[in-house]
Ligand binder design. Structure first.
Ligand code: HEC
Length: 190
């Protein structure tokens, strides 16, 4: 086989660049609407479990200790929900606290355009049949303890955040602000 053909095949089979395009909400077919609903339920479940865990930790051990829980529990809960539902999901933002939360390609588009269009739920499809959905995460009052104005954050929390996240960009938010997005990626349908 010619090397050019071989590398083209490898690119196809090993996930070379995949084109994502947006499906406008008004034009979703029945199966697309059902799948985007699944994605939305997955994101809601992740949000609920995180909030429950975070509230428990704050009540039991206080805010500064809850910072560490956020760090380990958030990815663990996302992995757990993803495994239960057979999809991938996570949280991301334009202003990240943890650089490991950078967005997948389709969500990067929602982030890049957030300043212009805000955070409406958006649906994307890839050439290989995957579906990507982004949903807004808005700040609740309780979140300001760790994402509010830096000078208003409890010094012990601030210290813990500075130690774990030297490049933290996720402060300075107020209640109701668009803090970031849940992203959900569904595999191609059989
Ligand atoms: C106890 C402190 C604390 C509270 C309260 C808190 N967060 Fe966070 N948040 C963190 C930490 C720590 C991370 C980084 C987690 C990681 O390492 O993945 C984070 C990460 C995030 C991210 C992922 C993107 C990024 O910047 O890395 C989002 C989105 C987010 N928080 C939203 C919220 C929302 C919404 C609330 C309120 C419901 C909230 N947080 C409450 C500490 C907190």
């Amino acid at each position: 086989m010619k090397p050019a053909v071989l590398s083209a095949l490898l690119l196809l089979s090993c996930g070379g660049p995949v084109e994502w395009r947006e499906l406008p909400a008004a034009r979703l077919g029945p199966s697309e609407a059902r799948r985007s609903g699944e994605a939305r339920r997955a994101a809601v479940l992740l949000g609920e479990r995180l909030l429950e865990r975070l509230s428990e930790e704050i009540a039991a051990r206080g805010l500064a200790a809850a910072v560490d829980v956020c760090r380990t529990a958030a990815p663990a809960i996302a992995a757990e929900v993803g495994a239960e539902l057979g999809l991938k999901l996570g949280r991301t933002s334009e202003r990240l606290r943890n650089p490991a939360n950078r967005p997948p390609d389709f969500a990067a588009k929602a982030i890049a355009e957030a300043a212009r269009v805000g955070g409406p739920p958006r649906v994307f499809v890839a050439g290989d049949g995957r579906m990507g959905v982004t949903l807004p995460i808005r700040l609740k009052a309780m979140c300001t303890a760790c994402h509010g104005a830096a000078e208003a954050i409890d010094p012990a929390v601030r210290e813990r955040l500075a130690a774990l996240y030297p490049d933290d960009r996720a402060t300075g938010y107020a209640e109701g602000d668009l803090r970031g997005f849940f992203w959900v990626e569904l595999p191609p349908e059989d």
